[in-house]
Design a protein around this ligand. Structure first.
Ligand SMILES: C[S@@+](CC[C@H](N)C(=O)[O-])C[C@H]1O[C@@H](n2cnc3c(N)ncnc32)[C@H](O)[C@@H]1O
Length: 271
């Protein structure tokens, strides 16, 4: 977290220019990308595309133009930094205590999962069973690809819509203690997904922007156009408190340092 804070302070400095750019895009004004920090440019490019596309049609993640811009975001600094932090959090926990099962929800294309598998291989942690899940059936292809690259790993996949209870077969496969993690999925599944995840998790790591102010920013309004929900930390906390004794905003120092209106790393642990 200290390294994350240092990277954010060094490379992102302040979130306000990103918010200003989002506000201008919403009002149909031009934004000069050259005036922005390099780390923000792919994010602004994607927001510009969201505003343009959703003006006249429906957002489609599979459209070539969207895929190209999203690829830039996914390989951009913020996504990479987040991956590094999550992987380090998870592997550090696994080095300290015995984890029975790792469970990822909303795994999507599995880029983060692949980074995690790479780190687990390097740190001799490949004997911990990994279950990946997503509401999309493409999770099967994602898992197949990972099993090919990491044949010694125990990787299972399940189609699971987090708005419903976990499939029985998934539940019986879990060996405690179970570490559940997610990145950028709760924004689509909503805070009520915490209620279906919580019964399975001994430790739950949430990597999503949860608002600390309760006030919607312009970039929230842009992402709402493609189905992303505005998540408020206080609401998430109420759901977490039903099951978890310890709820920790891990990035407190970063929030102070860059004046962030959101927490992005939350960890919840059962007694
Ligand atoms: C923005 S992608 C993030 C993918 C991946 N976690 C990452 O960080 O690269 C969001 C993912 O959440 C999944 N998702 C959205 N709503 C869901 C739900 N109700 N249940 C399960 N998965 C869901 C989508 O299918 C998609 O794969």
């Amino acid at each position: 977290m200290a390294r994350y804070r240092d990277a954010m302070v060094r490379e992102f400095t302040d979130w306000q220019p990103l918010e200003d750019a989002a506000a201008n895009l919403l009002q149909g004004k031009a934004v000069d990308d050259r005036q922005l920090l390099p780390a923000y440019r792919p994010l602004v490019k994607l927001m510009r595309l969201i505003v343009k596309v959703t003006e006249k049609s429906v957002w489609d993640w599979a459209s070539p133009e969207v895929m190209k811009v999203f690829q830039e975001v996914a390989s951009g600094r913020i996504y990479t930094l987040f991956s590094e932090v999550i992987v380090e959090m998870i592997t550090s926990i696994m080095q300290q205590i015995t984890i029975g099962t790792l469970l990822e929800v909303g795994a999507g294309p599995g880029k983060l999962t692949a980074d995690l598998c790479q780190a687990m291989a390097t740190q001799q942690l490949e004997n911990v069973p990994l279950i990946i899940s997503d509401q999309s059936p493409t999770v099967v292809e994602t898992a197949t690809r990972l099993r090919q690259v990491y044949p010694s790993f125990d990787i299972t996949d399940f189609v699971w819509n987090l708005r419903e209870d976990a499939p029985q077969e998934l539940q019986t496969k879990l060996k405690p203690p179970v570490l559940v993690f997610e990145r950028f999925c709760l924004a689509y599944a909503g805070c009520q997904a915490i209620d279906t995840i919580a019964p399975l998790a001994d430790i739950f790591i949430i990597v999503d922007d949860l608002s600390l102010t309760g006030q919607k920013a312009s970039y929230d309004k842009i992402y709402e156009k493609i189905g992303s929900q505005f998540l408020v930390f206080e609401e998430a906390r109420k759901h977490l408190e039903k099951s978890f004794a310890f709820i920790h905003t891990c990035d407190e120092e970063t929030i102070q340092a860059i004046n962030a209106p959101v927490t992005s790393f939350v960890m919840a642990v059962k007694p």
